[in-house]
Design a protein around this ligand. Structure first.
Ligand SMILES: C[S@@+](CC[C@H](N)C(=O)[O-])C[C@H]1O[C@@H](n2cnc3c(N)ncnc32)[C@H](O)[C@@H]1O
Length: 650
């Protein structure tokens, strides 16, 4: 399907559409453009001169006169696969002129009803004419209530300018940032999941920070006018560097590109192209669509993109897909979950480095052959940290005695066979028990664990390690020695709509593990909670509270916060760390996707007012949970009070 997602498929050029003028010979229009290399048309369905109020009443009394051609001119699959309906651009539902307003409402409803009848996948709605769009949005909202699966793409010029440089043709008074226009419209339509954006790319672009906001919005298509192209030395169209970057970002976010406008470049093939005014010419040798050089340039940009690394390709199916975090304490993990962990060599390399450094610090060279270090892997799973620890001992020439403690009896079965297979019987003792209950026969020099969730402490590592600390020597080392969680506000309309589709409170008060892709990060991350191990101070409970203030960078403009992306960073030992916080993330590590804390009602933020958010880590006798709320720029309700919707079992 031309409008389907093809992210990651580098085998051919991306699907690309063309915006056309009205043509009552639709079969001709379609074949001309499809043969010209385009995948779909954005075409008016109705003659632009049509006005409901100008239609003569049918004197025979047989009802409405036809306002469009027959649906039979194309096959149903041609309509739905190759045509996006362009709603008449004269439509102005917020006009002062009542006749125009009424005509607009009738025409909009007729055109969308006609497009639904044709089973089109999408319609392009014209840009709101003034700064007020209430009546237009109200009418679209009514339509959305009873619409089939068709998407409505609201055409929004990509513009954010200072007052002096504002383009008055595009926006009504008072609007310097077209994101605001989109935001008013979608708020009136209550974030309807079938309302999305068609960005009209202009020859000048807003700042990268301001552009970034759109990648968390439901942008389905980007319309690039031929006037936005520059001319290269051979007279071919090309894009400025910033336009190239933007177009590449559209491709990697599965945003379809549409070329619009008349050809304004004259590459050497132009003489051939100009003969293409008739559909009869389209199969003749050498014929080129008049916009082919623009299409070729976009295909070239697409092909030039770096191929996705193998891991990213593997993760494509997880992009923006909400998953419940693991409950490794309450539940027993399955074999395939362990298998996924074990493939993540980057993680085990870091652990091996940390254990090596700890062994070298603990045992001086002259005692290497005599001192035996007691190392306990608590939460050993199927053994990869046991292996990493033994490799560290070998690498450093230190002697180890290892205890592998694991509470999942199924993983213990595999541990036994691993120890036998590797001939580690003399080195490794397997303990099938919960580390919080086990009576260790001796104390450990080093306690190695990996009980971390995407938000660090969210899989209850603090509670487990508090239990295990009993059998760590007074001067013993915990690997990790600390971990910290981080959050940042994000625009994430796709995640918000997915959560909203459940129509309940529980889903809005749950944190999710998710491979974030179609999001905009609105401010740098800030730290939330830190845990240190071993924790010798009895007064330190694992409850936490943090108030965090984010300042939205000045050139961003206003933006919508749908929730908070969360990450962690762990110090394994001294300078050896492991984590997914974007600015310091461990390269090539894939065991953790970020976490997402949603907001029940998205909050609009501006650079002038700080965004203030509060996070609590609450502990009960049987469960641990988070609560969160926003207090600036406006107050949100408390999320997940008393862990009523989401918690982690102890
Ligand atoms: C995230 S997995 C890591 C497994 C393994 N170390 C690895 O890297 O593949 C955590 C493991 O700790 C175990 N675990 C969690 N809490 C535990 C506890 N209180 N006592 C013993 N094992 C525990 C889980 O069953 C699971 O096997």
């Amino acid at each position: 399907m031309p409008l389907g997602e093809r992210a990651g498929d580098k085998s051919e050029s991306r699907y690309c559409g063309v915006e056309t003028e009205f043509n009552d010979d639709m079969p001709h229009l379609l074949s001309f453009n499809i043969h010209g290399g385009f995948d779909f048309l954005v075409a008016p369905l109705i003659d632009p001169s049509y006005r409901p109020s100008l239609m003569e009443q049918d004197s025979s009394g047989s009802g409405a006169l036809p306002f469009a051609g027959s649906d039979l001119v194309l096959s149903p699959s041609q309509w739905s696969s190759h045509v996006v309906g362009k709603i008449s651009s004269w439509i102005d539902l917020d006009s002062e002129d009542e006749t125009l307003r009424k005509d607009s409402e009738i025409a909009l409803k007729q055109e969308i009803a006609w497009a639904s009848h044709l089973s089109l996948q999408a319609c392009l709605l014209p840009t709101p004419k003034g700064s007020s769009c209430a009546n237009y949005a109200k009418c679209v909202n009514q339509i959305l209530q009873n619409l089939n699966s068709m998407q409505l793409w609201l055409r929004i010029p990509l513009e954010k300018s200072d007052d002096e440089t504002r383009n008055p043709d595009h926006m009504g008074e008072g609007h310097t940032d077209t994101w605001e226009l989109w935001n008013s419209f979608r708020l009136i339509c209550e974030h309807h999941s079938q309302l999305s954006v068609a960005l009209d790319v202009q020859s000048t672009l807003p700042s990268p920070t301001s552009l970034g906001r759109w990648f968390g919005e439901p942008v389905r298509t980007a319309i690039i006018d031929t006037n936005s192209f520059l001319t290269n030395a051979q007279h071919y169209p090309c894009l400025s560097r910033s336009h190239q970057r933007l177009t590449t970002a559209f491709f990697s976010h599965s945003i379809q590109v549409v070329i619009s406008g008349k050809p304004v470049h004259n590459p050497p093939m132009a003489s051939l192209e100009s003969s293409a005014s008739s559909a009869d010419n389209h199969t003749e040798g050498g014929w080129r669509h008049p916009l082919k050089s623009y299409l070729d340039y976009l295909a070239y940009l697409y092909q030039k993109m770096d191929p996705l690394p193998e891991q990213e390709r593997f993760e494509l199916g997880y992009r923006d897909y909400l998953q419940s975090p693991l409950q490794p304490l309450m539940d027993n993990l399955e074999a395939q979950t362990y298998e996924t962990f074990e493939k993540d060599t980057a993680k085990y390399i870091q652990y091996q480095r940390a254990v090596s450094k700890a062994l070298l610090d603990r045992v001086p060279d002259d005692k290497a052959s005599t001192v035996i270090t007691v190392l306990m892997v608590v939460g050993a799973g199927r053994g990869p940290l046991v292996r990493a620890s033994l490799q560290a001992a070998e690498e450093t020439g230190r002697r180890l005695k290892v205890y592998a403690v694991e509470k999942n009896p199924n993983a213990v079965v595999t541990l036994h066979s691993l120890v036998k297979l590797e001939g580690w019987e003399k080195l490794v003792t397997i303990v099938s028990n919960d580390m919080r209950q086990w009576d260790a026969p001796e104390e450990a020099d080093i306690l190695v664990s990996e009980l971390l969730g995407s938000f660090g402490d969210n899989e209850l590592s603090p509670e487990c390690l508090d239990g295990a600390q009993r059998f760590l020597k007074e001067d013993g080392i915990s690997i990790p020695s600390s971990y910290t969680s981080f959050i940042q506000p994000v625009t994430a309309s796709k995640l918000y709509n997915d959560i909203k589709s459940h129509k309940d409170l529980v889903h809005f008060e749950t944190s999710y593990v998710v491979k974030l892709h179609r999001i905009a990060r609105l401010a740098p991350t800030q730290t939330v909670f830190t845990f240190i191990h071993p924790e010798h101070s009895a007064k330190n409970s694992n409850q936490r509270y943090k108030k965090i203030r984010f300042d939205i960078p000045p050139d961003t403009g206003s933006a919508m916060v749908h929730g908070f992306a969360g990450y962690f960073d762990a110090t394994l030992y001294k300078d050896v760390h492991l984590g997914i916080e974007p600015s310091t993330a461990t390269p090539n590590m894939f065991s953790w996707f970020p976490i997402f804390f949603p907001l029940r009602t998205p909050v609009c933020v501006t650079p002038n007012t700080p965004l203030e958010v509060h996070f609590w880590r609450c502990c009960g006798s049987t469960k641990v949970w988070y609560e969160w709320c926003v207090t600036s720029p406006s107050a949100s309700p408390m999320h997940n009070s008393n862990g009523r919707s989401h918690w982690v079992g102890l």
